[in-house]
Ligand binder design. Structure first.
Ligand SMILES: [Zn+2]
Length: 344
């Protein structure tokens, strides 16, 4: 089959790789219907040291079950399924606590001999725990929004949940990338009243408005902080959803948090330290968030995607074939595309 490999910075290739097959009785093989490129894929795309041997990449996909191992229950050939961006047994103590990202028998896609999502098919370990069956056909127009359940929407949701967003919470979302926009949608869904979106790409912030942002702040750094404070009577907001991962973003997050509030970060951190010193102590700020246990949220979010109440798939603004995946990475890195959908 064909699959995507990364060889180094700005060096992504589609190559022939071995067809996936059942290795463990708990495996399934899934033919990929839709995959996509994640903002977090852009970090290795921007900086990975060059290597002779490529590494598989991609962690968001939905597809059709082609084969199941002898111990897989609840799934059969032909089922349409979505995979969260971490695989897990969904039965261990961490999984039962809703922290499938720490599963004792789980792991990441495109690592340790497990296929990546940006290919024609994937061997899925712990298939019964990992995959969620979708009551749709292979040609459903809902596929983009259902694919968003793999990572980007549950990540935005996790950011809002861990920050304590509920009815009437005031929220600042930092970042107008796909996760930031999904965080706006999630905060709105949870009842947030005021949602300030910090971002400066017009097409993206326009979608943010449609997802529920009430105020837009295009300035960054000190000016952006000033602007959010102005909008909130000098206080900042109760919840701050940091969806970028840079040092500037996390510093801005603490600066626009209201006393007693929470900063949640779901952008993959590109920094070593966070500003949690004496001033933040005096303001009683909480730092929360982390890698989102997408699997824990899919069943909760799925019905509203199926009935059209929420449509997180609108973050996809470009669709490509698998052979064009290198250009998809280029377009996302150049900010020409917000999020690229791959149709193998
Ligand atoms: Zn587990």
């Amino acid at each position: 089959m064909r699959a995507t490999l990364i060889y180094g910075a700005r060096d992504v290739r589609v190559e022939d790789v071995p067809d996936p097959e059942i290795r463990q009785p708990t495996d399934a093989v899934v033919r990929v219907l839709r995959s996509c490129i994640c903002g977090s894929d852009l970090w290795p795309y921007g900086a990975r040291p060059a290597t002779e041997q490529g590494e598989r990449i991609g962690h968001e996909f939905l597809g059709v079950v082609e084969d199941v191992g002898a111990e897989v229950t609840g799934l059969k050939t032909g089922d349409v399924v979505v995979a969260p961006f971490v695989w897990s047994d969904n039965t261990c103590d961490f999984c039962r606590e809703g922290l499938q990202t720490s599963c004792r028998h789980g792991g990441f896609w495109a690592a340790d001999g497990v296929d990546g999502g940006q290919g024609e098919a994937v061997r899925v370990p712990q298939a019964h725990g990992t995959l969620v069956k979708l009551p749709v056909g292979e040609d459903s127009p809902l596929l983009p929004s259902l694919l968003a359940l793999s990572d980007v929407f549950p990540t935005g949701h996790h950011c809002a949940v861990t920050a304590g967003v509920g009815p009437h919470t005031s929220v600042t979302v930092i970042g107008d990338g796909a996760v930031g926009l999904c965080a706006v949608l999630a905060a709105r869904r949870l009842g947030a009243e005021r949602i300030v979106l910090m971002g400066r790409h017009k097409a993206r912030t326009a979608l943010g408005r449609e997802f529920g942002a009430t105020d837009l702040v295009s300035e960054r750094g000190g000016e952006g902080i000033e602007r959010v404070r102005e909008l909130t009577g000098g206080d900042g907001t109760q919840a701050v959803l940091e969806c970028v991962g840079t040092k500037e973003a996390i510093e801005t997050a603490f600066a626009v948090a209201r006393a007693g509030g929470a900063v949640s970060r779901v952008g993959v951190p590109q920094y070593e330290e966070v500003p949690m010193g004496f001033p933040e102590f005096l303001r009683n700020l909480t730092l929360t968030g982390g890698v989102a246990p997408a699997r824990a949220y899919i069943e909760e979010l799925l019905p509203e995607v199926l009935d059209g109440t929420i449509d997180p798939g609108r973050v996809f603004d470009r669709t490509i074939g698998l052979e064009d995946v290198a250009d998809g990475y280029r377009a996302m890195a150049a900010r020409e595309a917000l999020k690229v959908l791959i149709r193998p």
